[in-house]
Design a protein around this ligand. Structure first.
Ligand code: HEC
Length: 228
């Protein structure tokens, strides 16, 4: 079989047996070199972007060219730069209702997180649950208690952030902002944090206070507030 390599350097061509390779029924010496682009005509390192973004100034790689990759464009960065912090300042526009979220949940999430969000242990975590026994934040004294969004998570904005970035597990980033608002609304409502007829947008989501938010305190190791 003949190997034709496009866009790679002389090293790869050489590894395949040199220009022409060993074609069927031919010996390497008889192979026609014209069928393969000569290494000299391949794009040289100079056509690749200067790329030393990984090099630390003054470090061993500083100023070196690696000969691959290109500078990240603004659009590339925007695709990844979607993190939403606790105060929700970065939340995008859009909105979604609990009812829409429930429909989306049944299509995109239920197969892993189960019909009522109770999870499929040990692999798939529970998302919904306000079991009486697990109320009161006693997770440290009873490790069997199941943590959920409703009985544990300190910030509602994190639900949006996480779902948008990481879920569904098999196709992260595939949901629109409206869909993520709807799913966030459904998960918060099913966890008895917001009403069943709620519609969430950036403003509304920023205002949601989680039941156990005050159990998370800064630990400065200097005798901060006592956790009850
Ligand atoms: C293919 C299986 C699968 C699907 C589908 C899926 N998830 Fe997940 N999900 C997971 C797994 C596995 C984890 C745990 C990931 C981890 O801990 O790193 C997880 C974690 C989560 C968490 C964090 C739970 C916690 O308390 O730590 C949330 C929230 C979540 N998923 C929401 C969703 C939503 C909303 C959908 C539908 C849009 C969805 N997931 C679809 C497998 C899935």
């Amino acid at each position: 079989m003949r190997h034709i390599v496009i866009g790679l350097g002389a090293l790869v061509v050489a590894a395949c047996g040199g220009p022409g390779g060993a074609g069927e029924g031919t010996t390497p010496a008889a192979a026609a070199p014209a069928a393969v682009t000569p290494a000299a005509a391949m794009p040289a390192a100079a056509t690749f972007a200067d790329y030393d973004a990984g090099a630390i100034a003054g470090g061993p790689g500083a100023g070196k060219r690696y000969g691959f990759g290109r500078q990240a464009a603004k659009a590339d960065i925007a695709k990844w730069d979607t993190d939403v912090g606790p105060d929700g300042a970065e939340l995008p526009s859009g909105k979604g209702s609990v009812a829409e979220g429930e429909r989306l949940y049944m299509t995109h999430c239920m197969m892993c997180h189960n019909r009522k969000g109770e999870g499929l242990p040990p692999m798939y975590p529970a998302l919904i649950g306000r079991d009486e026994k697990a109320e009161g934040f006693h997770f440290a004294s009873d490790p069997k208690l199941v943590k959920t969004i409703g009985n544990y998570w300190p910030y509602a904005t994190t639900v949006f952030d996480y779902v948008k970035r990481a879920m569904p597990l098999t196709a992260p980033g595939s949901l629109t902002d409206n869909q993520v608002y709807a799913l966030t609304a459904y998960l918060l409502s099913a966890n008895k944090v917001i009403a069943a007829d709620a519609v969430l947008d950036a403003d509304a989501l920023r205002k949601v206070k989680m039941p156990y938010a005050d159990k998370f305190v800064p630990d400065d190791r200097k005798g901060g507030p006592e956790v009850k």
